[in-house]
Write a protein of this length. Sequence first.
Length: 116
Amino acid sequence: MGEKIFLSFTKSIFDVPVSNHHCLIIPKRHFIDYFDLTNEELIACNDLIKKIKEEILSKDDTVKAFNVGTNAGKIAGQSIMHCHIHLIPRRENDVENPQGGVRSVIQKNQHYKRKI
């Protein structure tokens, strides 16, 4: 894709290698991480995430789900010190066992048994 979409407070970039159509939502104002977003910027990011999700679904019928996430701080894996949010399309069988989703950032906690 490689294209950019701009809204009043945010932009998106489709050049990220985790999966096809993986997108970054990037606030225009410079600050380090998600927790510095204003409410207005947070809403703008959320609106753009929803817009891009629908665009991806209309272009690629293999996409069945999404992960949405951000890394806030170096210890959490942030390598670009400008706030950005990942929208990662997921496809059936793209990993052996998707249980736990974003919990897999700490691999020992990825697979779990539910306490009911």
